[in-house]
Design a protein around this ligand. Structure first.
Ligand SMILES: C[S@@+](CC[C@H](N)C(=O)[O-])C[C@H]1O[C@@H](n2cnc3c(N)ncnc32)[C@H](O)[C@@H]1O
Length: 395
């Protein structure tokens, strides 16, 4: 299907939704009582996101925030509240009906927040050629939009172009656990449903890396729909555009604390738990960002950790039989590859079948934030326990 045709179909779909106020799309977790206190109902009822990127505590006062595919403006208005009157918010959308509703409500929201003038500007534009100046945005947000864009690589490059050095993105979107087949890709109706254009997590993250972002990682995930055996789920991801030639004073070595026994970062550097690694200024800067920082000990001189050190972290599996229930773990950053203490190697974005014992490990606080877990069993599974061999080969 030609790119222009997809874009037109998607825009028509959202123009219709905005004018009828129909329910669409995916689960979100907004604090509606809070939003209702300053955002008009007309905006809230056409909220078609699949996450709450602006509400995730990543926005600071005075920042400039860009929302790609701002729709009726819900996330722009929440960002407006969070950046305060000294901050600025830009919403980009290609659909006139959406823009009209968002623009009409901007002064109402500003008045409700007690601002002398609205700090939100809605601009008409397309995600792969945004009307935004280079290097001007502190935080890019987007809620269930990039899957709708036919040329995602261009969108990722645009995001990198407009982000300030030192800027970041926190976006929510729909992804699939396997490549979406051609019969869905070429179904124009399903583009507007956030299905046809969904990427796999691996392709999504690789697109961001190719554009120049680093430290891409999962903030949140939730299952959404299963169609023809394909799991579609919502993810909220963050990543960074690091400034060139920056340094972190006093940080020359990093020692992995765990819970992973070994990790390989996006540059191909491997860190083994307890063993100090010399850092380049760029690596020091990246590792000092969340969520890396809590996984390492930083020092000026090499610091070795031993198992008895309180900073050492490991989660060993229970020595019990294992049950295979159809669960798959998707590691979602901030590394390309990680190893646990039970011979598993998790590669970012690649589903790995896990048994009940491993699931319990991945549910612990050190592991859980980095994984999405999905169940692919389409029929009831038995509860036959398997005893793992000493070399851990079964699970
Ligand atoms: C699923 S809605 C989400 C709207 C909003 N982010 C929210 O959470 O309510 C998708 C929005 O993105 C816009 N959109 C879709 N593809 C776009 C593109 N390639 N460029 C700009 N806007 C786009 C649509 O017009 C629509 O308003």
């Amino acid at each position: 299907m030609p790119i222009d045709e997809i874009t037109q179909k998607v825009s028509d779909r959202y123009a219709k939704a905005a004018s009828t106020g129909e329910q669409m799309c995916c689960p979100t977790s907004y604090d509606m009582a809070n939003l209702k206190s300053f955002i008009p109902e007309e905006v809230l009822k056409i909220s078609y996101g699949c996450g709450t990127p602006a509400g995730l505590n990543t926005v600071s006062a005075g920042e400039t925030v860009l929302d790609i595919g701002s729709g009726g403006g819900i996330d722009c208005f929440e960002a407006s509240r969070l950046v305060g009157p000294t901050g600025q918010v830009i919403g980009i959308d290609m659909t006139d009906t959406m823009l009209a509703i968002a623009r009409k409500n901007a002064p109402i929201v500003a008045a409700n927040l007690g601002y002398p003038i609205s700090n939100v500007e809605f601009r008409k534009g397309i995600a792969d050629a945004m009307p935004v100046a280079d290097n001007t945005i502190d935080l890019i947000i987007s809620n269930c939009v990039i899957n709708l864009a036919p040329d995602k690589r261009k969108v990722f490059c645009e995001m990198f172009r407009v982000a300030k050095p030192g800027g970041r993105f926190t976006i929510s979107d729909i992804v699939a656990d396997q490549p979406v087949p051609q019969y869905l890709v070429h179904d124009s109706e399903k583009w507007g449903d956030c299905l046809s254009g969904a990427l796999t997590l691996t392709d999504y993250m690789a697109g961001m890396i190719d554009a120049g972002f680093v430290g891409i990682h999962l903030v949140k995930s939730s299952p959404w729909r299963r169609i023809d055996g394909i799991h579609f789920f919502s993810v909220t991801l963050t990543g960074y555009k690091l400034p060139a030639n920056a340094s972190v004073p006093g940080v020359r070595y990093a020692t992995l604390r765990g819970p992973f026994s070994r990790v390989t970062d996006e540059r191909g550097t491997t860190y083994t738990r307890g063993i100090p690694e010399a850092l380049t200024p760029n690596s020091a800067l990246l590792l000092s960002q969340p969520p890396f920082a809590s996984l390492f000990v930083f020092s000026q001189e090499p610091t070795t950790l031993v198992q008895t050190d309180s900073r050492w972290s490991a989660v060993l599996p229970e020595q019990t039989p294992c049950v295979w229930k159809g669960d798959y773990a998707l590691f979602a950053g901030p590394f390309l590859e990680v190893h646990d203490d039970d011979q598993h190697r998790f590669r970012r974005g690649e589903p790995l079948e896990i048994c009940s014992k491993t699931l319990r490990v991945l549910e612990t606080t050190g592991y859980a934030p980095h994984f999405a877990v999905l169940n692919r069993a389409s029929q009831p599974v038995g509860d036959n326990a398997v005893n793992c061999t000493p070399n851990g080969s079964c699970c």
